[in-house]
Design a protein. Structure first.
Length: 378
């Protein structure tokens, strides 16, 4: 089964320069041909892009979708001046533990559908609102029905009613063993009010020993050694990167560890945005993701994230688009998504706009006209 996407006003593949008046052919779920409209071969099926811009599907490399309830009251309090605190996570933990599998899966499925409608074709999903062996294993299992990019985040915060050391023994022992069969990644929230650098090292090393890849939450609330630890341990990405010191930027420059920025958090916690320009200029690889979660960033919209990165963080629209697609793929160590080279997964977006610049230029407008997704990774 082949599909010709014709009449593309502007095509971005991340493989060579942007093309105008282009066409693209999909065969068996892969990009099979890219070229000028007038040379397009015939195919079984036709999608008319109507002169719109076509871009790779967004790769949202950081989300927390397995939870119950919301925390709109905390958002309102923050808008009135209260500071965000990591401890709010425990409220969602209580509600998540009380929810049934069906409720949790229905909520996560609805959020994935929201993402998809806004152009996300690959999504990573973390656990982290269960924080018992059974509740974390259940979160990982439910997440694994929605994506292959599942991250075990038992080390989100220390839950109520258990000592720190006992909890870390659990996270690095039985909880890890129960979650690893469903997960590809291990993560730890290394920040003020969560875990320190030594604790984070212990968690990541245990996860790596169990065969999981590493990713970290670091520098969301305060500077620490989290960013350098992530680079030292060969993490695929270190996420938030808001409070950076020069030595963190030096460590990220040219590293394999991607600096993932989550500006929905700064929006929703009324905090200063990270300086993406400084990271790119230093030679770091930058990704953009939603961090969709009920506490610090309850958005599923990658177009919104791109708009924030352009308006508030010093990226050009082209850089922001790259970070939200190819950058996310790097953060997940995937080379089959995030671009439209021949052979890539045929995950793409047809915009109701002549250029991807409109994602930032027309914020809040539903410009994603059509999403073509090769498979069920979202
Ligand atoms: O990525 N930083 C840690 N975890 C989430 C927030 C979770 C919450 O507040 O519920 C985040 O921002
Ligand atoms: Fe997060």
């Amino acid at each position: 089964m082949s599909t010709l996407v014709s009449n593309i006003g502007l095509l971005v593949t991340h493989d060579g320069p942007e093309r105008s008046d282009a066409a693209l052919v999909i065969d068996a779920g892969r990009v099979a041909w890219v070229g000028a409209s007038k040379h397009a071969p015939a195919a079984d099926d036709l999608v008319d892009a109507a002169g719109g811009c076509v871009i790779p599907g967004f790769v949202d490399s950081h989300s927390h979708l397995v939870f119950a309830g919301d925390r709109a009251d905390e958002f309102e309090a923050r808008m009135a001046g209260t500071r965000y605190q990591a401890g709010g996570i425990r409220r969602t933990v209580r509600l998540t533990r009380d929810a049934t599998d069906e409720q949790l899966l229905a909520n996560a499925t609805r959020l994935v559908a929201e993402m998809c409608a806004q152009g996300t074709t690959t999504v990573e999903i973390k656990t982290g609102y269960g924080l018992t062996v059974d509740d974390e294993a259940r979160s990982a299992r439910l997440a694994s029905t929605l994506t292959e990019e599942v991250t075990f985040l038992g080390a989100h915060v220390v839950p109520e009613g258990i000592g720190r050391e006992t909890y870390l023994d659990l996270v690095t022992g039985p909880m890890l063993s129960a979650c690893a069969p469903f997960a590809k990644w291990i993560d730890v929230f290394c920040d003020r009010g969560a875990f320190d650098v030594d604790e984070a090292r212990r968690v990541i090393l245990a996860g790596q020993a169990a065969g999981l890849g590493a990713r970290m939450h670091g520098a969301q609330l305060a500077p620490s050694g989290a960013v350098r630890l992530a680079v030292d341990l060969g993490a695929a990405s270190v996420d938030h990167c808001t409070h950076l010191e020069q030595r963190d930027i030096d460590a990220l420059a040219g590293a394999d560890t991607v600096a993932t920025l989550l500006p929905g958090v700064e929006f929703s916690t009324r905090s200063p945005y990270p300086d993406a320009r400084r990271l790119v200029d230093a030679g770091a690889t930058v990704a953009l993701a939603s961090d969709c979660n009920p506490g610090s960033s309850f958005t599923t919209s990658m177009p919104f994230v791109v708009a924030l990165a352009v308006r508030e963080m010093g990226l050009t629209a082209a850089e922001a688009l790259w970070a939200a697609t190819a950058g996310g793929a790097r953060a997940l160590r995937r080379d089959d998504v995030g671009h439209l080279r021949i052979g890539a997964q045929a995950d793409l977006i047809v915009l109701d706009a002549p250029s991807y610049v409109h994602l930032a230029y027309r914020p809040g407008v539903p410009l994603v006209k059509r999403v073509i997704s090769s498979q069920s990774s979202t």
